[in-house]
Write a protein that binds this ligand. Structure first.
Ligand SMILES: Cc1cc2nc3c(=O)[nH]c(=O)nc-3n(C[C@H](O)[C@H](O)[C@H](O)COP(=O)(O)OP(=O)(O)OC[C@H]3O[C@@H](n4cnc5c(N)ncnc54)[C@H](O)[C@@H]3O)c2cc1C
Length: 364
């Protein structure tokens, strides 16, 4: 967003009519999709980071600080230092965050790969796991809806490569009545799991986990034991959203589904996981949304109204193991149709993992 705005408004920035600032509580950018590969020992952990200073184009002013409150009345953002940053236009892209306390016992018992430290820990401990039952539990909503399925399929392939498959039982669970929230993906996953002898259980809503007995208790009344637990907890919006009195009880921001304005707030937009839109929380969603928000902010600067340009477009690669992948594309009006998994799509995904850094610079 910041890079695109700075490129499109370079003349106004040079004339000092416009300033573009990005507030971030980290001084680096994390490529979160890479965490799947880090956790499975397939990617160098250092490769998923780049310093913001290497990614931002000239014209973007980086404010490396945590923001603690958005004041929509005075149109300013308060930083942890106490400083207030005024704005004419604001883009909120504060993401979604796993709620590690949503399931009692999670912190002690479970491994995950949705944050960098968890992915590193999982990588280390999975390497030592040679026999027993690996159980995956999933809470909704969570970002990248396909990552838990991808984890199971890639891990299963790795086990076969290492001749460990017979010693490790794989069980995947999902809280809804099918294996994935998107029906076509659920149908595909069901077939893949059947072929690979991965047990899939539905209507599985973990209530508590007992780390001592290694048991998951569900709202449905089941007690399921495990030897190794991988869990994706349900996500929430960023703390600042609720601290600012914005958003619903889970911290998602009410967003116009086509213009991407924060409802009731002219000149304030929401991008990516932070919205309450009924679409996948995915990097590609943020990418397509950012194109619309850049156009709308430029329109507003030029005295025009925002246009309802976002159609809900999402695009995802889905890894089906170590050597095949497929892709899906969908929007508000068109459901996903999974393509046939091929080796070529897998290699395209691998290439995209590198090309991503060009995309962040706004070059692809
Ligand atoms: C394991 C995994 C695999 C994934 N795979 C894919 C994939 O294959 N394809 C895909 O499209 N998507 C994938 N995703 C999802 C994708 O990474 C996210 O949907 C995307 O990063 C969302 O972008 P965002 O800008 O909304 O939020 P984020 O990228 O999370 O960025 C939010 C930023 O806001 C900052 N922030 C939050 N609060 C504050 C504050 N108070 N002050 C200052 N800064 C703040 C955070 O530090 C963060 O840098 C995956 C995610 C994970 C975890």
């Amino acid at each position: 967003m910041a890079n695109r705005l700075a490129r499109h408004l370079s003349a106004e920035i040079q004339n000092k009519q416009v300033q573009v600032s990005m507030i971030s509580d980290t001084d680096f950018h994390l490529y979160q999709p890479g965490l799947l590969y880090v956790a499975l020992g397939l990617e160098d952990p250092q490769s998923v980071f780049r310093k913001h200073s290497r990614l931002l184009v000239p014209g973007v002013n980086l404010i490396a600080s945590s923001a603690i409150r958005i004041d929509t009345d005075s149109r300013s953002v308060e930083l942890q230092s106490g400083e207030n940053v005024p704005f004419d236009y604001l883009v909120i892209a504060t993401g979604s965050h796993p709620d590690l306390d949503a399931i009692p016992g999670f912190r002690e018992a479970a491994h995950s790969f949705y944050t960098y430290p968890e992915a590193l820990q999982l990588r280390q401990d999975l390497e030592q796991f040679k026999r027993g039952k690996l159980l995956m539990i999933v809470g909704v909503p969570h970002k990248c809806p396909v990552a838990p399925v991808e984890f199971m399929l890639i891990y299963e392939n790795l086990l076969r490569q290492k001749n460990l498959r017979q010693q490790i039982e794989l069980v995947y669970t999902y809280p809804l009545g099918r294996l994935h929230s998107l029906e076509p993906c659920a149908v595909w996953a069901e077939q893949e799991f059947a072929d690979k002898e991965i047990d899939g259980e539905v209507f599985f809503n973990p209530e508590t986990i007992d780390p001592k007995t290694k048991t998951v208790y569900t709202l449905e009344g089941e007690e399921v034991s495990y030897d190794f637990l991988v869990a994706i907890p349900p996500h929430q919006g960023a703390a600042i959203i609720r601290n600012s009195g914005l958003g619903d009880e889970d911290g998602w921001l009410p967003t116009d589904r086509n213009t991407l304005e924060l409802l009731g707030h002219q000149g304030i937009y929401v991008v990516g996981d932070a919205t309450n839109l009924p679409i996948s929380k995915a990097g590609s969603t943020a990418h397509y949304e950012s194109e619309v928000v850049v156009r709308n902010i430029i329109r507003e600067i030029h005295g025009e109204h925002p246009m309802p340009l976002y159609d809900g477009k999402v695009f995802c690669f889905i890894e089906g193991g170590l050597d095949k992948a497929m892709h899906i594309q969908f929007d508000y009006n068109h459901p996903p149709k999974p393509s046939d998994p091929t080796e070529m799509v897998h290699w395209f995904k691998m290439a995209f993992n590198q090309m991503y850094w060009l995309s962040v610079r706004g070059m692809v």
